[in-house]
Design a protein around this ligand. Structure first.
Ligand code: GTP
Ligand code: MG
Length: 150
């Protein structure tokens, strides 16, 4: 099944809203298949944000993401990549719709509390970058057939 990489950034961890964020994905019905907390190394952060290398905010972004613990996750489910982006909301929290994670819980683009892969290819590469194969666990929720016909 489809999987995506989600990370609660240091601001989300410091603000004590890890549970709130995980709850939203759980209540939606997606399945948590990987979870760990770590302080990303400089190298990991630079690889993760490599597409933004030439942007003026790159070093600020890398400094921020390495400034404290991050909760790294892999979530699974049909359509999870796009759906997670919708749950997360627009990049700038002042433009994110109410009801989204950023729309409800953040006010600044540089403190937007959560990351989600933006497509199938980035999902695969980000999961491989942040997780060992053995750290991702497949399992079947006992209420699975109440969540989906498939
Ligand atoms: P991610 O899920 O974190 O990748 O966010 P995104 O896909 O909604 O946005 P994008 O990949 O374009 O940018 C990555 C991150 O860089 C954003 O989440 C912001 O934290 C940060 N960022 C993007 N644009 C700006 C900007 O103009 N200024 C600052 N300070 N940060 C920015
Ligand atoms: Mg992005």
């Amino acid at each position: 099944a489809e999987r995506t990489f989600i990370a609660i950034k240091p601001d989300g961890v410091q603000r004590g809203i890890v549970g709130e964020i995980i709850s939203r994905f759980e209540r939606k019905g997606f399945k948590l298949v990987g979870l760990k907390q770590l302080i990303p190394s400089q190298s990991l952060a630079e690889q993760h944000y490599a597409v933004h290398k030439e942007r003026p905010f790159f070093s600020t972004l890398v400094n921020f993401i390495t400034s404290g613990p991050v909760v790294a996750m892999v979530w699974e489910g049909e359509g999870v990549i796009l759906s997670a982006r919708k749950l997360i909301g627009a990049t700038n929290p002042l433009q994110s719709e109410p009801g989204t994670i950023r729309g409800d819980l953040a006010i600044d683009i540089g403190r937007n509390i959560i990351h989600g892969s933006d497509g199938p290819e980035t999902a695969l590469s980000e999961i491989a970058l942040w997780f060992e194969v053995s750290e991702v666990t497949d399992w079947i929720p006992s209420d699975y057939s109440w969540r989906t016909e498939k």
